[in-house]
Write a protein that binds this ligand. Sequence first.
Ligand SMILES: Cc1cc2nc3c(=O)[nH]c(=O)nc-3n(C[C@H](O)[C@H](O)[C@H](O)COP(=O)(O)OP(=O)(O)OC[C@H]3O[C@@H](n4cnc5c(N)ncnc54)[C@H](O)[C@@H]3O)c2cc1C
Length: 417
Amino acid sequence: MRFSALRILQEGLTGNKGWTPHWRDPEPKSEYDIVIIGGGGHGLSTAYYLAKEHGYRNIAVLEKGYIGGGNVGRNTTIVRANYFLPGNSEFYSNSLKLWEGLEADLNYNVMHSQRGLINLFHSDGQRDAFVRRGNAMITQGDDAVLLDRKGVEKHLPYLDFDNTRFPIYGGLLHPRGGTARHDAVAWGYARGADQRGVDLLQNCEVTGIDIEGGVVKGVQTTRGAIRAKKVGIVVAGRSGQVAAMAGMRLPIESHVLQAFVTEGLKPCIDHVVSFGMGHFYISQSDKGGLVFGGDLDFYASYAARGNLPMKEHVMEAAMTLMPMIGKAKVLRSWGGIMDMTPDGSPIIDRTGVEGLYIDCGWCYGGFKAVPGSGFAFAHLLATDRPHDSATRFRLDRFRTGRGLMDEEGTGAQHNLH
Ligand SMILES: Cc1cc2nc3c(=O)[nH]c(=O)nc-3n(C[C@H](O)[C@H](O)[C@H](O)COP(=O)(O)OP(=O)(O)OC[C@H]3O[C@@H](n4cnc5c(N)ncnc54)[C@H](O)[C@@H]3O)c2cc1C
């Protein structure tokens, strides 16, 4: 089934009776060429690109809950390519290019909106750091525009520019940055993978990984044992737990990240605004809700819900930056589990077990990475070689200390990245 304007018109005129489910609900087979553990954004895009780019058909994605129920459906939907360090920079640049062709590729409206992202700065020193980052982005082939205070005022007149603690000096505008509808990204990849023969197995929790003589043989699940020639672990906040099934101890801590949405309002914020000094960022959804968030809850946890102290902190930061937000009513808040690495950068690599691969450590920035990560992980699974855009995401950098990518410069403390 293809989506088109004509099809929508036809269905509208005939009572919308012709639509079919986006994907099948197959029974697990006893064996697959490749099994992907985790039906989030990264797992689904991996399966999609394995089928599309590498011609695999006998693949299953095993999801313990339902498609889109994890972090892919819990994030604040920001998509950007404004990284500084080699390794991250080329990867996110490649991912953004995939985003820009995604709707046509999937034949699915993921509502990718390149509305521009503005990172605010509040001192001369911070301006220097952003100039450097902007130059790195331009050298990488991405876009960046330095705005002075007047330039920011033109775009974001509703901010408090003269806050005593954080007066606004200017901002770095990334015009191609923006947002996308998170659920639609999961659904679009799921549909695309299913159309290419991938089995999406929901309510299928992996409870064990079968390894014989250092070689992966398959997985144990709540729907029975499944044999596989290759297995990819892509389970975001549960990476540590699932890797432990293969005897691995990952350099990851899991932390909660919360987000908030207000009641629907008339359009008032037409960019993504990031107030790094206050640990606050915001955009407005297409439904009108102001979607915003802040920092991690600083304790390690597997609870996908947050706590009051961080809520208070985020609301304070919001009021500091844009006092007008005090009039809006918060509708909902929620949390997701972040797999934080010690340098804040991800891992896409083989493991010590032959045939077992891992894609994890996306911290709180993995939504924008969904296309790039799936593309690179599919390449690794299919060819046993890292994709050019992801050669530095090696697992052993945490053991050897070589090639660490500490984008934030905060040192080896997971919760500070
Ligand atoms: C509040 C919040 C805001 C965020 N904002 C942004 C943002 O603006 N921009 C951005 O780029 N990123 C953002 N992120 C981060 C982003 O959402 C994650 O990095 C990314 O979604 C993680 O990858 P995923 O989509 O594959 O994860 P998930 O959707 O969590 O997928 C992993 C899946 O694995 C499944 N699973 C786990 N264990 C098992 C098992 N044993 N067997 C089978 N299945 C299993 C889970 O059920 C889950 O569905 C945010 C996250 C949160 C929580």
